[in-house]
Design a protein around this ligand. Structure first.
Ligand code: C5P
Length: 222
């Protein structure tokens, strides 16, 4: 037991979404993305170290967490992630959406493996629920944090999302910087709250998680 470890989030419940979602096309195929879940699992680990009770809801990821404060729920699709989030939503103090949720899912899921036939094949897609936006709409006391990954007008778009999704904080991932983002162990972020903008250097995702939680603490414990 390390006496120097600060338990600054004791008695707080933090819900984190992580990883990609997989949207089934048929029993053996899906639409997904390359998110590793690293950012979300790093956030979970850091929040747990600080004494929080952590509910980690992850899409398919090879990562694991062993901290006793982390309750890990594995889901596959966006719909399952949404349902899982709302099993806990009333009980949480902080919600952090770091999952790379698929924007669209196949409109119909074939019950049998689709056979190859024609030269072209079309899958009709339908918009997935926006989990974080739904959390924002149902917000009563929860402090909500989102992520944004933009390729143009990044600051404007990030701030737009803060408003539109009714968030308290948004973390902008830079795509322009070498070593930041998907499948990387490092990240370079800017954080926006309603009043502030803070820029950080390129860091390991573990250190980025510390910065994000420091920033959340500064807001919720003030
Ligand atoms: O709108 P956009 O996808 O850029 O927003 C990104 C933020 O919204 C991330 O925090 C992501 O986890 C969350 N999100 C979500 N459900 C979706 C799409 C995005 O929770 N269907």
């Amino acid at each position: 037991f390390n006496l120097n470890e600060k338990k600054s989030l004791l008695n707080k419940t933090v819900l984190i979404t992580a990883g990609p979602t997989y949207e089934a096309i048929d029993p053996v195929r899906f639409i997904g993305n390359h998110s590793s879940g690293k950012m979300g699992f790093s956030l979970a680990e850091e929040a747990a170290k600080r004494g929080a009770k952590v509910i980690l809801i992850s899409g398919p990821s090879s990562l694991n967490s062993k901290h006793e404060n982390i309750e890990l729920h594995r889901v596959t699709s966006a719909k399952q992630m949404l349902d899982k989030v709302f099993e806990f939503y009333d009980t949480i103090d902080v919600g952090i959406a770091s999952a790379a949720v698929a924007d669209y899912a196949p409109k119909v899921v074939a019950s049998e493996k689709i056979k190859k036939s024609e030269d072209t094949f079309t899958v009709e897609l339908i918009k997935n629920p926006d989990i974080l936006k739904t959390m924002g709409e149902k917000k009563t006391h929860q402090f909500l944090v989102g992520f944004a990954l933009e390729t143009q007008n990044e600051e404007e778009n990030a701030k737009g999302k803060l408003e539109k999704k009714n968030l308290d904080m948004i973390v902008l991932n830079s795509l322009r910087d070498e070593g930041a983002g998907f499948k990387q162990d490092t990240n370079k972020i800017k954080i926006f709250t309603k009043e502030e903008k803070i820029e950080y250097d390129l860091k390991s995702k573990e250190n980025v998680a510390q910065d994000i939680l420091d920033c959340i603490e500064a807001q919720i414990l003030k």
